[in-house]
Design a protein around this ligand. Sequence first.
Ligand SMILES: Cc1cc2nc3c(=O)[nH]c(=O)nc-3n(C[C@H](O)[C@H](O)[C@H](O)COP(=O)(O)OP(=O)(O)OC[C@H]3O[C@@H](n4cnc5c(N)ncnc54)[C@H](O)[C@@H]3O)c2cc1C
Length: 405
Amino acid sequence: MNHFDTIIIGGGPAGMMAAISSSFYGQKTLLLEKNKRLGKKLAGTGGGRCNVTNNGNLDDLMAGIPGNGRFLYSVFSQFDNHDIINFFTENGVKLKVEDHGRVFPATDKSRTIIEALEKKIAELGGTVITNTEIVSVKKSDDLFTVRSSDQTWTCQKLIVTTGGKSYPSTGSTGFGHDIARHFKHTVTDLEAAESPLLTDFPHKALQGISLDDVTLSYGKHVITHDLLFTHFGLSGPAALRLSSFVKGGETIFLDVLPQMSQQDLADFLEENREKSLKNCLKILLPERMADFFAQTFPEKVKQLNLIEKEALIKQIKELAIPVTGKMSLAKSFVTKGGVSLKEINPKTLESKLVPGLHFAGEVLDINAHTGGFNITSALCTGWVAGSLHYMSDGPYLSIQVKQKE
Ligand SMILES: Cc1cc2nc3c(=O)[nH]c(=O)nc-3n(C[C@H](O)[C@H](O)[C@H](O)COP(=O)(O)OP(=O)(O)OC[C@H]3O[C@@H](n4cnc5c(N)ncnc54)[C@H](O)[C@@H]3O)c2cc1C
């Protein structure tokens, strides 16, 4: 029998969590995914360890979701990052918190997270079909018809969780936007967000070095976070976050020792004046970084004249890096833009235009920083889209999943 109460298209974090909540609410549920396995993009997050959420408070979440995070207040009142942590813990997954509140499975393996989600869907009686690309969706009367190249299903409630358009090799090619347009929804302009920065300087010398908690700035935009030098330029959270404010053609500034003032550095050089400059800088910086700063100066600290000392300190505190561009949408971590939130009920994530049609995850016009914030948005919107919400007089009222303080 090919009829389900709820069908979910797209088996990323939003789709898997929607399948769990829909099944939890007793709905006969089908999750359809075109890849062989669920959660391909999720598996690649956090360097392959799965940055499953962030353990910050509500203010931290809002700061971590610069792209329309405020739309999620109602979602987070029903299911938030702490519910994600409780969910995994109650389902046997040990989690650990790393720097900047990033939460990972204690195993450091994405499979731990994906298997827990798969196991829960099965336990609650949900059906999952992988290796199946949906090619069309229609609605007539109260029923949606969902088609792959060789199969057809029907349902009363359809949840679209097909993701954005970044990293299309993971499966997110924008099909959900086509479904939205088919149903006359507005899809806002799709742009790259959290994009690695392209630079000509200084990546050749520094490629592969990662620095913790450095400050990258452009005008009033000042970001202190981890940074990675790559073969094309800069990546890591500091560069990804600054990418919202640059296009290419700007000069940004890197402070590799933000915890030290210029005076602290001058004092440090004086205390180590008998050392070679390289050995002195190696106390504060990774070896190749120390070599990079030392290369154009005299060998010994004590040989530096006042102007050279000032120039060295300026380089360490304000290294000028010209940005030549940023990675395209396909090679950026996140898609900015998506299904317009004006047409979505924030309490239920149901379309205001088509009863029964819901959207969750990155297909919506919501974008967040890496660090667990996109995944939090995907899992929480997935839970809410899959939940049952009953009509009262007028707008939908959401059933509280649990009492909030
Ligand atoms: C390299 C990388 C690292 C990242 N790191 C982080 C991080 O550290 N922290 C963070 O918060 N975010 C991170 N992100 C972003 C995060 O992974 C996404 O925001 C999140 O996965 C979105 O979840 P989703 O369920 O909405 O969509 P997706 O995870 O993209 O899942 C959508 C699914 O829908 C399926 N699908 C699409 N079309 C069809 C169709 N026609 N038929 C059937 N199935 C279909 C796709 O195959 C895919 O599996 C990272 C992204 C990348 C690319």
